[in-house]
Design a protein around this ligand. Structure first.
Ligand SMILES: [Zn+2]
Length: 452
């Protein structure tokens, strides 16, 4: 076990060279490199090129592997992944939203801890090196602390977005008094981990936005006074006829510090509002399809000049699989637009460098360039579903054929979190056992299961 929590010390960060790989740097100058090496020292990429001189470095064989930046998931409700397998299409009382309403307020800090551990273990398996942790079930300061501590302990980079509590009244803001405490205790200058702080809000995304207005104005004001980025679901369902984006603009609430999620039913004016203000968009095509929201407006948003990134949303009803998310993004857009204008590489950018831009860390990660931190993955090609001769189009091979099981190595900030297809720092069996205990307890307290 290496200590995966410290961002400063060099524990677990060695001197490593990956040799003879196909490297997709996602950097416009460096491009793709065949038979190339990448040298990482103390968490930093120090060189990329052919036959690098790296005396003393541990050598990892990259032949028959693609090396690329780790995937960046820009919106994920890690806490409610515990509902996986419990949500039923055939039982309306066990739908995703009824489950959230029934069990959300019953979560203990310990339940949150194991939900975050299980979600991020799944993320590492799938090659995600950054996760935007949308924490909208903060029942108490202890729940916030448990969530943050759990995320930090995994060694996965991310943003923790502090949110409201399940069951909280619509006209009440989140616990704004706790935000400065959390900032001071966990995120003050000199903090020693890979997580940064933001907030997630309900905002005017509701049939009666005027009820919430005072609350969300206070949330925005507090976040901006503390310098925290803000994220919100918007224009999700056609029936709701959301005016959220228009209302946000009217109050001067859009901006480069704001990420909106889904925006399936945004109007042309809304897209212009987002582009003009520098507001970004995270889409979650697998969830948007599954819950009947509609199709993501990938092409229209890109055309308008909006930064678009990709997300899982929740593993309550789908798995963490950026390959599938990329494939869905690409194929939906091509089918919907009846043309092939959206390229696989543009979609891979959304999953890597544009994700990094969305969560404000593109100066450190999102592409493989000397001087950046080493967040990268190796995708193994000598497997039945991806093996090929040297491919003409590595990016299409990844998007259309690869799966999380092909991710052989995952490195975050120079630390190896998965190697030879196995997690190296997280104890999978222990996480499974404790998560199952947490789910059992929640179901018993919620009256879905008889107490033992
Ligand atoms: Zn969401």
């Amino acid at each position: 076990m290496v200590d995966a929590t410290s961002a400063k010390g060099n524990a677990g960060r060695g001197d490593i060279v990956i040799r003879n790989a196909t490297i997709l740097t996602m950097d416009p100058k460096l491009g793709d490199l065949a038979g190339a090496d990448i040298h990482i020292r103390h968490g930093e990429i120090v060189a990329i090129g052919q036959a690098l001189d790296a005396p003393g470095a541990e050598v990892i064989d990259g032949s028959r592997n693609i090396v690329l930046p780790g995937f960046i998931d820009t919106h994920w409700h890690l806490w409610n992944g515990l509902f996986r397998g419990l949500v039923s299409y055939y039982r309306p009382d066990l739908g995703y939203f009824p489950m959230k309403k029934l069990l959300g307020k019953l979560f203990t800090p310990d339940d949150i801890h194991w939900a975050v551990q299980r979600g991020l273990a799944e993320a590492v398996h799938a090659g995600m090196t950054t996760v935007h942790n949308w924490a909208h079930n903060i029942q108490s300061p202890a729940h916030a602390d448990a969530n943050i501590k759990s995320h930090i302990a995994t060694g996965v980079r991310g943003r923790f977005s502090y949110g409201w509590a399940e069951g909280q009244a619509d006209d009440q803001p989140m616990d704004l008094a706790d935000l400065p405490r959390v900032k001071e205790e966990w995120f003050a200058d000199g903090h020693d981990h890979l997580l940064h702080l933001g907030i997630c809000v309900r905002g005017p995304e509701t049939p009666q936005p005027e009820i919430r207005r005072d609350a969300y104005l206070k949330e925005w004001e507090t976040a901006r006074a503390l310098g925290l980025p803000i994220t919100m679901h918007a224009a999700q369902m056609r029936a709701a006829r959301s005016r959220a984006i228009e209302l946000l603009e009217a109050d001067g609430l859009l901006g480069t510090d704001v990420q909106l999620v889904h925006c399936i039913h945004a109007s042309a004016d809304d897209r212009k509002r987002m582009a003009d203000s520098g507001t970004s968009l995270s889409i979650s095509p697998l969830i948007e399809l599954q819950v009947g929201m509609g199709f993501p407006q990938t092409g229209e948003m890109l055309e308008a000049g909006v930064l678009v990134s990709l997300s899982t949303d929740t593993v309550a009803v789908t798995g963490a699989n950026m390959f599938a998310i990329m494939k869905a993004t690409l194929d939906i857009e091509r089918g919907r637009a009846e043309n092939m204008a959206l390229s696989p590489r543009r979609v891979l950018e959304m999953a890597t460098i544009d994700g990094a831009r969305d969560v404000g860390i593109a100066d450190r990660v999102g592409s493989l360039v000397p001087g950046k931190r080493a967040d990268l993955i190796m995708v193994r090609l000598d497997r039945i579903n991806v093996s090929t001769l040297p491919a003409a189009d590595w990016v299409s091979l990844l998007i259309h054929h690869a799966q999380p099981s092909n991710v052989d190595l995952v490195m975050v900030d120079g630390r190896i979190l998965k190697k030879d297809g196995k997690l190296t720092t997280l104890d999978e069996e222990r996480i499974i056992a404790h998560s199952e205990q947490a789910i059992t307890g929640l179901m018993q307290r919620g009256g879905l299961l008889a107490s033992a």
